[in-house]
Write a protein that binds this ligand. Structure first.
Ligand code: DGI
Ligand code: FE
Ligand code: FE
Ligand code: FE
Length: 188
């Protein structure tokens, strides 16, 4: 499917705000891909489609997540926010005919991250958080850092998310902790 066909279909799947967030994520994914030498077409598609499962109801979400081939653990089942990545990778195949494993993994792991993230996974993880409609306190600092040091930006983005989840009393997914520890150990 070409990018305009994906956009048209995605617009029907998402609400207005989520669609605009997806366009913003695509925009930043392209900029980061240019900056760090990643495939721009892949970054564009992954950025656009990453939240395609965001507006599914709970039953559809679980169904798609289980069919994705990604391991769905108890924490994800308990915190349904964590299911739309895996579910999205399944929908990307079914609805958008995207079969590129790198793109599918960038979608699947965009919420939790994971150890040994690829460059594309890091780009989507960060672009998701710095896209133009994001307004949290330190977003401007994170935007700047993202173009300077991608790994540091992933850690900062994870710090931000972990604090937010703790504030809400939620469970932290271990993949985020493993990814963050690995990136910090690599720095020293
Ligand atoms: O889908 P978005 O809102 O664009 O962003 P996202 O997919 O990065 O995150 C979706 C939600 O999931 C957001 O409210 C933060 C939350 N989240 C991220 N990591 C974790 C988490 N929630 C829990 N409970 N545990 C996590 O590790
Ligand atoms: Fe998301
Ligand atoms: Fe995110
Ligand atoms: Fe998103």
């Amino acid at each position: 499917m070409n990018i305009d066909a994906i956009k048209a279909k995605l617009k029907d799947l998402l609400d207005e705000q989520r669609f605009l967030h997806s366009l913003g994520t695509m925009e930043y994914a392209i900029l980061l891909a240019q900056r760090f030498g990643e495939d721009i077409q892949k970054a564009m598609v992954a950025g656009l489609v990453h939240d395609c499962a965001k507006c599914l109801d709970r039953e559809e979400l679980l169904n798609c997540a289980f069919k994705s081939g990604i391991v769905i653990d108890n924490i994800m089942i308990n915190q349904p926010e964590l299911l739309h990545g895996p579910a999205g990778s399944y929908l990307a195949k079914q609805l958008f005919k995207i079969y590129d494993v790198e793109i599918l993994n960038a979608i699947a792991y965009h919420t939790t991250g994971r150890e040994n993230m690829t460059k594309l996974e890091k780009i989507i993880y960060v672009a998701d958080l710095i896209e133009p409609s994001r307004k949290f306190k330190s977003v401007e600092i994170l935007r700047e850092k993202s173009f300077e040091n991608l790994d540091r930006a992933v850690v900062m983005a994870m710090d931000n998310t972990i604090k937010y989840v703790i504030e809400k009393g939620g469970l932290i997914h271990p993949s985020t902790i493993f990814a963050r520890n690995q990136l910090i150990l690599k720095e020293s």
